[in-house]
Ligand binder design. Structure first.
Ligand SMILES: *Cc1c(COP(=O)(O)O)cnc(C)c1O
Length: 501
């Protein structure tokens, strides 16, 4: 070994840990179904929804948790959520096909929220089935009202998505007014008046049920201020005879991928040192993840997901609700309660936290030319199959040896490897980071990428070079027996139909 291994070991909660502990089961799945393979635990998505609900209960709040479907294509996850309490759990769909999928998985239209960019067919089916439409712009509002009138559809519930919130910065909160980060979505708050006028004009076909935002930030402060602003705007709406009753604060509650804060600190510090050249590179060809060396000083900002997060998911929602609301002087939870407003949330990544993993077979282990002690490890998957790098998520895979207990001493202990994919392409690296494994892998071993259900396992999967894209299976526990079936065969029944182990 050249230097101490810089691990970024994953956070693994009990259901997923138990699955990972059953290496023979996972090997038999990949033997049968090929590499790569996605494995989902549908029960965990229901447990996560329940954790969000418990935050609602703690604050005596009403409203729904809408799963942002775009985070994962799976049917099993959507069907399992459809089986949850209809008053508590809904689904947020962002395309015509996601809407069709949600309906076919058991969601009735009244539990569906249609967000994102919308075409005419998507608007029609949403209005036809009684979904709530989260309207992005004034033009979309007019288009929806016209659709409802032209096709004699039922009066449709709408939320309007707002953006361009102002916030105060600087010491004492009395500094300059700045806008939240620019977004291509939503109607700027400054144009809200035109929205209210349009909603009055369309009162025969549309009913305003609430205001929405989804901010691309982890900042609690910015989100708290937006919530406060929505509450104030809803007072404005009421004064005009509109009756919105829900605040939809979007998604972005986040996931902690790396278990140990110290490992994350050490790795990010080492990245800066490597960029400065005071230690050997930590990445393929010295990639800096957005950092660069300018005359001996590190410049830029690392384009990385904060992989270790002490506060994420339901805990982040709790922190947001109990945080300060500087203008109105009460916590967001109190504000919502006092106004009798419902709270809607749209978690994607956080709702599928710990819901699955992606498996890849080790195909080849080759000593790295000119870098003794390092290896290139080629996997039966490519960067599209686990798009960790695309999302800036840095976390180690778990090595699952083919044969029994590994003999660590015989393999020389920890080793730094570069994980490369199955495409005939220089850029096809599973991650540009040098990954440390507890021992040198062997062909036939599996690498398990843990916690990939949110955006990582299927968002960027493709068929380049006709390489197979991953099959997805759902794993359930039936009275202490682990069972599996293809994702599309899973239904939330006690005796599932379809294949089993
Ligand atoms: C993507 C998205 C979400 C989900 O975001 P996460 O970060 O996965 O929680 C929710 N709402 C909207 C409008 C989105 O675009």
């Amino acid at each position: 070994m050249k230097d101490a291994p810089l691990y970024l070991r994953p956070r693994v909660d009990p259901p997923l840990a138990s699955l990972l502990g059953d290496a023979p089961f996972l090997h038999s799945l990949v033997d049968a179904l090929g590499s790569p393979l996605n494995v989902l635990l549908p029960e965990v998505v229901a447990e996560n929804a329940e954790r969000f609900r418990s935050v609602y209960r703690r604050h005596h709040l009403a409203g729904r948790v809408y799963f942002a479907h775009k985070a994962n294509r799976s049917s099993a996850l959507v069907r399992r959520l459809a089986a949850c309490d209809p008053a508590a759990v809904g689904i947020d769909v962002a395309s015509l096909e996601e809407l069709r999928h949600a309906l076919s998985c058991g969601f009735t239209g009244d539990r569906v929220m249609a967000t994102g960019p919308k075409d005419a067919e998507f608007l029609w089916l949403a209005a036809r089935t009684g979904a709530t439409v989260n309207v992005d712009s004034l033009a979309e509002l007019d288009q929806l009202a016209e659709t409802v009138r032209q096709y004699a559809l039922p009066r449709t519930d709408v939320l309007v998505r707002l953006s361009g919130f102002e916030s105060e910065t600087g010491p004492g909160g009395a500094g300059t007014r700045v806008l939240s980060r620019r977004s291509r979505f939503g109607t700027p708050v400054a144009e809200a008046d035109r929205l209210w006028t349009a909603l009055e004009r369309h009162a025969d076909s549309l009913e305003l049920v609430g205001l929405a935002y989804h901010l691309d930030t982890t900042g609690l402060e910015e989100k708290g201020r937006a919530l406060e602003r929505c509450v104030l705007l809803m007072d404005e709406c009421r004064a005009r005879g509109l009756a919105p009753r829900a605040v939809d604060i979007g998604g972005g509650f986040g996931v902690g991928y790396v278990e140990d804060a110290g490992e994350w600190e050490r790795w990010t510090t080492a990245l800066s040192e490597a960029v400065l050249g005071t230690r050997p590179p930590l990445t393929w060809r010295g990639h800096g993840y957005g950092l660069r060396n300018e005359a001996g000083t590190v410049r830029g900002s690392a384009a990385l997901y904060p992989a270790h997060r002490p506060t994420a998911g339901p805990g982040y929602l709790d922190a947001l609700l109990t945080g300060p609301a500087p203008v109105l002087g009460r916590t967001p939870a109190t504000l919502l309660l006092e106004h009798l407003h419902d709270l809607y949330v749209e978690p994607g990544r956080a709702l599928v936290d710990q819901c699955g993993l992606s498996l890849a077979r080790v195909l080849e282990v080759r000593p790295l030319d000119g870098d003794p002690g390092r290896f290139l490890v080629r996997l039966g998957m490519n960067a599209g199959d686990v798009s960790l790098e695309e999302h800036g998520v840095l976390v180690d895979p778990v090595l699952l040896p083919r044969r029994g207990a590994p003999d660590d001493s015989a393999d020389g202990g920890p080793v730094g490897v570069h994980l490369v994919g199955n495409l005939c392409l220089e850029a096809d690296l599973i991650t540009r980071r040098l990954v440390f494994l507890p021992r040198t892998p062997r062909p036939g071993d599996l690498l398990a990428f843990v916690n990939t259900a949110g955006y990582v396992m299927d968002f960027h999967a493709h068929h380049a070079q006709r390489q197979p894209s991953a099959r997805t299976v759902a794993v359930t526990d039936e009275g202490g027996t682990r069972r599996w079936c293809p994702d599309e065969n899973y239904w939330p029944l006690t005796h599932p139909q379809g294949a089993s182990a």
